[in-house]
Design a protein around this ligand. Structure first.
Ligand SMILES: NC(=O)C1=CN([C@@H]2O[C@H](COP(=O)(O)OP(=O)(O)OC[C@H]3O[C@@H](n4cnc5c(N)ncnc54)[C@H](O)[C@@H]3O)[C@@H](O)[C@H]2O)C=CC1
Ligand SMILES: O=C(O)[C@@H]1CCC=N1
Length: 269
């Protein structure tokens, strides 16, 4: 039987997931999107400004708005979450206990932490929830068109995974930008530096994904002893500069996620 799918909030992240699902062959007619500010939805998807009146619970409900919008949105979402509903939440920094308190009727609740590459089926997807085996299998099947899903062994890992998998693309984009900016500062035309930096990162990531070797080993293979690359690597590694910068970046983002979790808990009391 075809599952009915109700998505509250279809901005950057929710939109990327919807795109991934449709590209993966899910039928657009099974999706209803509720988003008061979205002007158009993909062809065949039902778009509503407000929750549909007089309709019953859906099979799958996705929370795709901002975490701070949960208290206001909860009332509109609740009628569609019943004992047959698998509730998926992409809200960063809203924990399972808060979601369960807000939606006690749900059959299962799963926190999903994807990134924007879900639109291309290339997102890492961290999962954590109170799903039984059947709901886990259903979630796995739903995530398959979006990328590589992994269940976390504890919810305490979700803040860090939000920083790594969810925020990660922003950090990589900043690195690409910094490569181009550096090359431009050293003499390349900026537009050419942008193109070269981006295609270099795209090819490197694809190669690493296809390789049997770790990224660390691949770096070693690029660097000829006494050659060009090693000088650059030594600068990145001096006093663990790159490692410390990245660790600090992840720690800061992780801690903000933990802080948001506390705030969301307090709001839902
Ligand atoms: N942007 C990203 O890369 C990622 C975002 N997330 C999470 O995804 C969620 C959405 O983030 P973005 O897509 O970046 O934000 P966004 O601002 O692009 O999208 C939010 C959407 O929710 C809609 N909305 C607002 N109030 C609503 C309501 N009451 N009912 C239904 N829809 C409503 C807005 O019109 C908007 O289209 C957040 O909870 C965020 O933590 C998670 C992983 C990555
Ligand atoms: O910045 C944020 O809060 C969300 C969570 C991960 C990516 N965007």
């Amino acid at each position: 039987m075809t599952k009915t799918f109700l998505q509250f909030g279809c901005g950057n992240m929710g939109g990327a997931m919807l795109k991934g699902w449709l590209a993966g062959g899910l039928a657009p007619e099974t999706f209803t999107v509720v988003d008061p500010y979205l002007e158009a939805a993909p062809h065949g998807v039902r778009l509503l400004e407000a929750a549909p009146a007089g309709e019953d619970a859906f099979d799958i409900v996705l929370l795709g708005f901002k975490p701070q919008q949960l208290p206001d949105a909860a009332q509109a979402v609740r009628p569609f979450v019943g004992p047959r509903t698998l509730l998926l939440s992409i809200l960063a920094g809203v924990d399972l206990a808060t979601l369960r308190r807000t939606f006690p009727e749900a059959r299962a609740i799963v926190r999903v932490m994807p990134n924007l590459a879900a639109a291309l089926g290339k997102s890492p997807i961290a999962l954590f929830g109170d799903a039984d085996e059947a709901a886990r299998a259903e979630t796995d099947a739903l995530m398959a068109p979006l990328g590589q899903a992994e269940w976390l062994s504890g919810e305490d890992q979700m803040d860090l995974v939000t920083a790594l998998a969810g925020s990660g693309p922003a950090f990589v984009y900043r690195f690409i930008d910094a490569l181009a900016e550096g090359a431009a500062a050293l003499g390349l035309p900026r537009d050419q530096a942008d193109r070269l930096a981006l295609s270099m990162v795209e090819g490197s990531a694809m190669l690493a994904a296809a390789s049997e070797h770790s990224p660390g080993e691949l770096a070693r293979r690029v660097a000829s002893p006494g050659g060009v690359t090693q000088v650059g690597i030594d600068i990145l590694d001096a006093e663990r500069r790159l490692a410390r910068l990245v660790e600090d970046t992840l720690r800061g983002a992780r801690d903000r996620s933990a802080e948001m979790t506390e705030q969301a808990r307090a709001r839902q009391q």
